[in-house]
Design a protein around this ligand. Structure first.
Ligand code: ATP
Ligand code: MG
Length: 418
């Protein structure tokens, strides 16, 4: 993509009321637009990153047997009244709105009840289970505090998967596979080394839930981490009894701040039972269906990556989620020969299958480099009079600052092997 054609511009200052590093950088670089507190729109660069994260999440969910759906964001109160969750005292952050005829609807904040009802129309035999069903969809929550940019939105994008099992062991098996898949996702998006499975409060069915916490000073959660065992305990359940149960020793734990990037729960029959989702076993006897739910906030994940990897100059994307693979900077400054060379390199890299953001704008070098650092694409490639004379292009890695001088074929080779 030619940067001269990109409708978004970078800016020097973030909005004054924006205190979170992730939002400041993403807004300044033109990835997102702040509509109001906790509500952001994704602009072309931001949507590219979001889609890459979504692709990775999708691949891993499909690998563990997930079937993708897209459920409506408007929710029918009737099904939630059956489980007792329509009550504002039970779910206190639900946006609800009135219909013209006097009825009410909810705006999707989670979808257990809605999906269970769908399942009752399709599954009733032991042969119909187990099933894993997921979606990637906008969620709405009336969060009290929304000052953390993409980390805590009032509208945000979540992957929510629901698992339907015939037995506790079937649920437990899937649970472990989902944990592996989650760790793979966090590895692939570049936060693997700093993201840990964390025991947290479990809700109704099991003693613990599994959170995935990315270590970060900006995080809201406090955890106690055993690095060697790659396990942590959320402060909310941290006590001597729990440590003993998990085989963790106080002296081996460090106190850390974390951002919860994923959360999984065993739900048991909490929703299936009241909504009548059962199956007939091989003897023809009706049995309850057990459930688990598995969430990842895609926007929060994007914000977390920026929080964790960004530096004083701007964003630093891992290659797997970067909006483009290379940022090509034309420093021709009116030299037609250099410009031609830059155009040619852009064509070759693009035809080689690489996504390139081509800064073909008529701006000073300092401005171009500043934007380049802010936008955070992994590789900067410079074409200038100097590189033309040398016959090699200057390539600088955004993350390490490592510089090399490469010909077109060397660059194509490096890009395809990275
Ligand atoms: P939190 O504890 O942070 O309030 P939660 O436990 O209520 O979140 P879940 O309902 O388990 O969150 O949602 C699954 C995932 O969705 C979370 O792990 C997080 O990544 C993401 N998420 C939840 N709330 C938000 C939000 N307000 N903004 C962005 N992402 C969110
Ligand atoms: Mg949580």
């Amino acid at each position: 993509m030619r940067q001269s054609q990109l409708f978004t511009k970078t800016r020097r200052e973030a909005p004054k009321d924006e205190v979170a590093k992730n939002a400041q950088l993403l807004i300044r670089a033109g990835y997102i637009h702040k509509e109001m507190a906790g509500v952001y729109s994704y602009l072309p660069l931001g949507l590219r990153v979001l889609n890459k994260i979504a692709d990775i999440v999708r691949e891993e969910m499909n690998m563990i047997g997930g079937q993708e759906v897209l459920m409506s964001a408007l929710q029918d109160p009737n099904v939630w009244k059956i489980t007792g969750r329509w009550d504002d005292k039970v779910v206190d952050n639900w946006f609800k709105t009135k219909l013209k005829d006097g009825g009410e609807v909810g705006l999707g904040h989670s979808q257990e009840e809605d999906l269970v009802r769908i399942m009752t129309m399709h599954a009733s035999s032991h042969r119909d289970f187990p099933k894993a069903i997921y979606q990637i969809q906008n969620k709405f929550r009336n969060e009290l505090r929304a000052k953390s940019g993409l980390l805590r939105g009032r509208e945000f994008i979540m992957k929510d998967l629901y698992f339907f099992a015939r037995s506790e062991s079937e649920l437990a098996d899937f649970h472990e596979r989902a944990i592996e898949a989650y760790l793979k996702i966090f590895e692939r998006v570049g936060i693997g080394p700093r993201t840990f499975r964390t025991f947290a409060s479990g809700g109704s069915f099991s003693k613990f839930s599994d959170e995935f916490q990315m270590l970060c000073e900006a995080g809201e959660d406090t955890l106690y981490l055993n690095r060697e065992k790659k396990l942590a305990v959320n402060k909310e359940v941290y006590n001597d009894e729990v440590l003993e149960e998990l085989g963790l020793d106080k002296s081996e734990l460090s106190e850390e701040k974390g951002i919860e990037v994923g959360n999984i729960f065993k739900l048991g029959t909490r929703f299936s039972e009241p909504l009548g989702l059962r199956f007939k076993d091989e003897q023809g006897k009706e049995q309850p269906v057990l459930m688990g739910c598995y969430g990842i906030g895609l926007g929060r994940l994007m914000g977390a990556i920026v929080e964790a990897l960004g530096d004083e100059k701007g964003i630093v994307w891992p290659e797997t989620v970067a909006p483009f693979r290379a940022h090509l900077i034309d420093l021709s400054g009116g030299n037609a020969e250099v410009k031609k060379e830059a155009d040619e390199l852009y064509r070759e890299l693009t035809e080689g299958g690489f996504e390139v953001l081509y800064d073909d704008r008529d701006l000073r070098a300092g401005e171009k480099f500043g934007d380049c650092d802010l936008i955070g694409i992994p590789l900067r490639v410079v074409v200038s009079e100097k590189t033309l004379t040398a016959g090699k292009f200057e390539c600088v890695e955004r993350k390490s600052g490592k510089t090399s001088h490469l010909s077109t074929s060397e660059m194509l080779n490096t890009l395809s092997h990275a």
